[in-house]
Design a protein around this ligand. Sequence first.
Ligand code: RAM
Length: 358
Amino acid sequence: MKKKLLILLVVSVLVSMAVIGCAPRVEPVEEPTPVEPVEEEPAPEPAEPIEIAMVVKNLGNPFFEAAKKGGEEAAAEVGATFIFDAPATPTAEGQIEIIDALIARGVDVIAVSANDPEALVPVGKKAMEAGIKMVTWDSAIAPEGRQIFVNQADMEQIGRIQVQMLAEMIDYEGEIAILSAAAGMTNQEIWIEWMKEELKDPKYEKMELVAIVYGDDLREKSYTEAQGLFKSYPDLKGIISPTTVGIAATAKALEDAGLSGKIALTGLGLPSEMAEYIRRGTCQEMALWNPIDLGYLSTYVSYLMATGEITGAVGETFTAGKMGEYTVVDDGMGGTMVILGPPFRFNAENIDEWADVY
Ligand code: RAM
């Protein structure tokens, strides 16, 4: 019996071994080879947009509001960020404070219409040392404090044309006065020098410049200064106001005093602000350029300076978007500039076309 049991055991062991041996072989699962992480090119950081800061003489001046419009348009076209700022009143100190803050912020380029050419030089230098491009436009910072000037029109022509317009209105005879912006503002000071040059021509010998007063590009002050002129110079025949704020305030003062037509008025005015006075004959003729275009060109130049496409050197040429081709020229002050174009004369014949534009 013991023997039978043993045989049984051996057989069952052999059977089980055979069964195991015939069982389908299970392939060992291959360990997956670890996938080497693919070295991917890091996605390029989206380029920070160029930051352009436009700093103007003071807030609340419609001339600069128009320039801002052009600046915003150009910045949008090139994909830049546009900052617009100014002090409440037109002082160099106020502008220095703003420019200092822009340097700290690290903008790429600052475009300034200066309240004083010299006072802004140190802060302009500071900006350039920090790698910020310095552009000046409308009213220039002295050349040491900036890299390029966007000039609205030939300075000499702007000065001379205003004397020529007034002389025609008063038949080349009588006392005249100038009601300017703030003393020391680059653009008005240079234009006034050219007015004086023009007046040296013998054809103006019967015209006498009796006063230059300053309304600081503030409406109230300009109005009061105009009244002061009427009082101090009862024989006054004409006033030149080479500022959009000054000419509009003087026109109002003339009408309020019942002097429209008695004292002639010319200068540089915004068609939108002066249309009514031109239609009524208080101002027969005035000149200006397009401030929207000036803001556009200044912003475009600022962008090209910031990207390094231009450096501000004489002879460089570039395309400023919709405004076309420009060339950098000598500014005659020791720096370089780009000129927008000639000034335009506005009178009763053409004012309606422009009154709604700027
Ligand atoms: C005023 C400002 C500006 C000047 C114009 C003509 O708005 O003084 O700088 O260009 O007038």
